[in-house]
Design a protein around this ligand. Sequence first.
Ligand code: TYD
Length: 205
Amino acid sequence: MTTGRFITVEGIDGAGKSSHLEFLASAIRARGAEAVVTREPGGTPLGEKLRELVLHEPMDGTTEALVMFAARREHLVRVIEPALARGAWVLSDRFSDATFAYQCGGRGLDRGVFRTLESLVHPHRRPDATFLFDLDPAAALERQRAQSRTPDKFEREAAGFFGRVREAYLDRAREDPARVRVIDASGGIEDVRARLAEAFARAFP
Ligand code: TYD
């Protein structure tokens, strides 16, 4: 019997989602639950190896999407399902919405095919809530420039790519508004955090 909750956070690169993970983990712990914080691609030893490859090696878009789903299957079977089964809340930095946004929206792959793959990889599992940090790609690029680390393959994409990724994320939110909660990620970190806290409280009253 599953008693835990599965929460995902999404958004274009530079939208700032990762800076709010610790806040969400504390909100979960404040309810007396165990919080398992994880990420995609990655989250398992094999998944982290696949992450290295997919973030840095040039590859065909379909190959890229298949690698994302391969890493996801391992993540689901080895980390997500066991944690939920013992009653933990799982907080994942990205999940399947990212493939629909980046590979389908950004790279133009057909959504229908990946809906089928989604039902193979995680037939009975959908996030209970997804917090989508929504930000204009130009503002996201500014935030990324302020960080001094070397950009990966995705972060080097042009602004047009991120415009399409953003729209694809918003399409997912329109398709499933009860699950995908859009957070306006503009402005200061404290303002965004306040919006997130409100959305979290509404999702888990
Ligand atoms: P990200 O989550 O932004 O991590 P970091 O904050 O360390 O850069 O990096 C993961 C990248 O992988 C991001 O650019 C989005 C991309 N991605 C996809 O293209 N498809 C997917 O299905 C997933 C999970 C991620």
